[in-house]
Design a protein. Structure first.
Length: 465
């Protein structure tokens, strides 16, 4: 499939601008107004299937790298790159689990809660869905270097694809002390240059954008619209797992808001093309210590308004946030972000889907994480924010008892093993001390190891107790 510049193009999301650019251009914000960019398609010129179920036939073509990938199996819905440019490592072969053991914790009946487990990706998180698309576009435009800012998962994914590709060396910027060892280990092991910047993610994001512009380096963060095209496919796989039926809710953790933005765009396009009749409602869950979106939507009442979002009020909000020296602080490091780059796209997704925003404490996140693990699929803390959010929204009556809900588990449990081990092994003062700054005081669902002597009778007694 050749590059179809008549099918795919880039467009500024600003209602007053709307400037368009070719997909062959390597730009990460509108050169005319500085706003975010979308990848757009002229669907009348695209080769679309008549129904979503037609994608199932590709499962039989396992010798075809594009059919083997859970992202590029949906090439017709992300037709910006030709086959010769596509960089894939078999990402997106993830599963949708009916989570009957977790459902009671969330307040739902059996058969109503599903977990989309993106921890099965090659680098252990959802980021691979976007990175295969971004690296493919980097090849298309002839990029010679790549860079990203990261709380951990992005750096791991960029490092993996850079190592496998071999043609696009990468550098990653992480905040000093702001990355879980499971994620840092991946970036180091895959051989990319790692810069530990003395600052948080927002500082790293600011600097990496400057570096990318000054050194002409391809930017791999989710401000890159091509990355979000890959992340759309998570929703296609959810629909496939549900027999192509649309759920009532899709619930996702909110950090830099790339996923929520991509998911909203995915469903908007599926409705536009007639492949589905309605979108599900989107619920974005912030950590209470990193609740920018929650404040913007629920307190400031800022909305997309058909593209007429109030930029001045957003700027004023950030000015006030800086004046109060508010900084993101949550043990869910993957969503520990103060200034989400995709804020406006997320506001758009919320409008398109009738979506809502909630926030949960770190205590609620760890409790939900323990329940997810007990149900068979461990996840990193940020992933569990979605399940904690469902529990809270169900208790408030926002989510109905009979509604079908899908939570996206964004990362593998081994991304942050320290959080898991501390929750299950420590109690009382030791637990409070370990999580002191995050307000975690109890471990109601802990699975505590039992100390036992090297004595057969005592081991048997411990097993039978």
């Amino acid at each position: 499939m050749d590059i179809r510049t008549d099918v795919a193009y880039q467009q500024c999301i600003g209602a007053k601008c709307g400037a368009t650019f070719a997909v062959t251009e390597s730009i990460f914000e509108c050169p005319k107004c500085g706003d975010l960019l979308d990848v757009r398609y002229d669907w009348s010129r695209a080769s679309l299937p008549k129904r979503l179920a037609d994608f199932e036939a590709k499962w039989a073509r396992q010798d075809d790298p594009l059919a083997f990938s859970g992202v590029w199996r949906f090439h017709e819905l992300i037709p910006f790159a030709g086959r010769e440019h596509i960089m894939t490592v078999g990402e997106g072969r993830t599963i949708l689990q009916r989570a009957d053991r977790v459902a009671p914790f969330a307040g739902l009946a059996a058969g109503k809660l599903f977990l989309q487990y993106e921890g099965l990706n090659p680098s252990g998180s959802f980021k691979d869905n976007g990175m295969t698309a971004a690296f493919s576009h980097a090849r298309l435009v002839g990029a010679s270097r790549a860079a990203c800012a990261s709380t951990g998962n992005t750096s791991a994914s960029v490092a993996l694809y850079s190592a496998v590709d071999g043609r696009v060396p990468a550098v990653v910027l992480v905040g000093s002390g702001k990355i879980a060892y499971g994620k840092l280990a991946q970036a180091l092991d895959y051989g990319v240059r790692v810069l530990q910047v003395q600052g948080d993610f927002d500082a790293c994001m600011h600097r990496v954008k400057e570096v990318a512009k000054q050194l002409n380096i391809y930017l791999m963060n989710s401000v890159n619209p091509f990355r979000l095209e890959g992340q759309k496919t998570i929703m296609y796989r959810i629909l496939e797992g549900l027999g192509w039926e649309v759920p009532d809710w899709v619930v996702v953790p909110g950090g830099n808001l790339g996923n929520s933005s991509a998911f909203g765009k995915a469903f908007r396009e599926l409705v536009e093309t007639g492949l589905i009749k309605r979108p599900p409602r989107l619920a974005v869950i912030n950590a209470a210590g990193a609740d920018t979106l929650y404040r913007v939507v629920n307190e400031e009442k800022i909305a997309w308004q058909g593209g007429r979002v109030d930029d001045a009020r957003i700027a004023a909000f950030y000015t006030q946030m800086d004046a109060e020296n508010r900084r993101a602080k949550t043990l869910a490091s993957a969503i520990e972000i103060n200034r989400p780059v995709n804020l406006k796209k997320c506001l758009r997704a919320l409008e398109w889907t009738g979506g809502i925003v909630e926030k949960v404490t770190d205590q609620e996140i760890l409790d939900a994480k323990a329940q997810v693990g007990a149900g068979g699929f461990g996840c990193e803390p940020a992933s569990a924010a979605g399940v904690a959010g469902v529990r809270k929204l169900r208790a408030a009556g926002v989510i109905g008892a009979g509604e079908r809900v899908v939570c996206v588990l964004t990362g593998h449990a081994l991304k942050d093993p320290h959080a898991t081990v501390a929750y299950h092994t420590k109690a009382g003062a030791a637990l409070a001390e370990d999580y002191g700054e995050y307000g975690v005081r109890t471990a109601a669902y802990a699975n505590r190891p039992v100390a036992v002597e090297d004595n057969l009778e005592k081991i048997i007694a411990a097993i039978q107790s």
